[in-house]
Design a protein around this ligand. Structure first.
Ligand code: EPZ
Length: 440
């Protein structure tokens, strides 16, 4: 049965939420454990669907995974790893993109890997050409079949000289997870350097990998013959933190995010202050609140790290609908990441989408047929509406808009949100939201 979330909007969100490990790091760390000859231990693991998917995929490959939900401690024992049935992989892959990152570790362990047709949020084409290209450079044989992609390494995997056309997070992780046990040196130019990448490098280094990150986005990996296990506490989820901060702004509330860390939020916090939010930091977390003045419009451009993260754009767009004036957002990482604005327009927001690069830097999507810039005029009175959640971050932004809107919103498709936000229904209820859940 599908769930229906009914929201009576207009109440400021006030109180405390707890944010745990990063959705965009924890599942990758779990895959990294496959490379080890010893068990690993991961702390701060959140209860989210992406962790469930990777737990199932590791289990069908023989990894023993134990997790204590309350403490967030997970142990992974990869000492009895074997190949899994392709049908089992397909069944458990769900709508995640993580299966593609199993390629390197499974080829090192079993000599082969299988990737079913991948899922992930519909925020663009989400190709995997960079992934397949780097795997071929390591010596893998890529065999595209109707059911998915079979990848093998008949002659083993050798280090390679690589350069990414775009600093892709996933493709950088693909290289890291393959190069650490490949024979010889791998050099990756134009790599992603997101905080989650650095945390994955820390984990691999603990296992015995030799990885160097240079100031020009080049990463150098010296292949080793064996890796042990790791014991690591994941960095907190900066995207969930930014989402709650935006919720405080839009609902004119005040939210304490236990577990949040300022370090990886620099670009977000500058923007948050400029629009009219306030924050303070203590040893346990961060507090975010609406500073009381009318919100100010701004020009925003997403970018790879250390720029303004593309996953922060959606909740910030909702805040900009409440700003006094015209704002511009130029999305340069994904070509189609403004689909969520349709529901906001139905709720009363004034948002126009454009094909031009409306920002200081022309991007890959300029003069192609992508509506990747948005002009937002505010403030708009938002009223409740019927909403079907389109993707993870856009979906959470719909919740924020419905919580701020006057009147009732009926929200379906909320299961998507549990991919990245643990216990989010309990959290918004705990912040004083007037909500009810029913089965449809
Ligand atoms: C990761 O996705 C995150 N997901 C995304 O978060 C995040 O938005 C993104 O990195 C950028 O930071 C996870 O970590 C699970 P990319 P990923 O490869 O690795 C193009 C969220 O809401 N590209 O850096 O898939 C791609 O189309 C999610 O938490 C290719 O063209 O992102 C995009 O335009 C959304 N070919 C750009 O690169 C490829 O082979 C960035 O993608 C791979 C990517």
């Amino acid at each position: 049965m599908a769930k229906l979330l009914t929201i009576q909007g207009g109440k400021p969100l006030q109180g405390e939420v707890h944010v745990r490990g990063a959705k965009n790091l924890v599942p990758k760390s779990m895959v990294a454990s496959l490379l080890g000859s010893e068990p690993s231990e991961l702390h701060n693991v959140p209860e989210i669907k992406d962790v469930d998917i990777v737990t199932n995929l590791l289990t069908i490959h023989g990894v023993k995974v134990d997790r204590d939900a309350a403490s967030g401690v997970m142990t992974l024992d990869p000492r009895e790893t074997y190949s899994a049935e392709h049908s089992a992989i397909d069944t458990h892959a769900g709508d995640s993109r993580i299966p593609i990152l199993f390629c390197g570790p499974l080829m090192h362990k079993n000599g082969e890997a299988f990737i079913p047709d991948l899922g992930g949020c519909r925020i663009g084409d989400r190709p995997i050409n960079y992934h397949l290209e780097v795997l071929r450079n390591f010596g893998a044989v890529v065999d595209k079949r109707a059911t998915g992609i079979h990848i093998s390494a008949p002659k083993g995997l050798r280090g390679a000289k690589l350069e990414l056309p775009f600093p892709s997070v996933g493709a950088t992780e693909q290289v890291l997870l393959t190069a650490v046990l490949a024979e010889g040196i791998t050099e990756l130019k134009n790599s992603a350097v997101e905080p989650e990448i650095h945390d994955l490098i820390a984990i691999l280094q603990q296992m015995g990998a030799i990885i160097t990150v240079y100031t020009d986005r080049t990463i150098r990996i010296e292949g080793v013959s064996r890796l042990s296990g790791f014991r690591h506490r994941s960095i907190p989820d900066r995207n969930e933190t930014a989402s709650w901060a935006s919720a405080a702004l839009v609902t004119e509330g005040d939210i304490y995010v236990r577990g949040a860390a300022q370090r990886d939020l620099t670009a977000f916090l500058n923007t948050y202050r400029k629009i009219g939010g306030e924050f303070e930091v203590d040893e346990e977390g961060m507090r975010f609140w609406h500073a009381g003045e009318p919100l100010k419009p701004l020009v925003l451009e997403t970018d790879v790290h250390p720029g303004f993260m593309t996953d922060w754009q959606q909740p910030m767009v909702v805040a900009l609908t409440q700003a006094n004036g015209v704002s511009i957002v130029h999305e340069t990482v994904y070509e189609n990441r403004f689909g969520f604005t349709q529901a906001l327009t139905r709720m009363g927001a004034s948002i126009q989408l454009h094909r031009e690069c409306l920002g200081s830097n022309p991007c890959r999507f300029g003069q192609r047929n992508f509506l990747h810039s948005a002009v937002i005029s505010g403030p708009s009175k938002l009223t409740g509406a019927d909403i079907d959640i389109p993707d993870l971050r856009g979906g959470f932004s719909h919740l924020i808009a419905a919580l701020a809107a006057k009147g009732t919103s009926n929200v379906t498709g909320i299961e998507i949100i549990s991919r990245g936000y643990e216990y989010f229904i309990d959290k918004i209820a705990g912040l004083g939201a007037d909500i009810s859940i029913s089965e449809r």
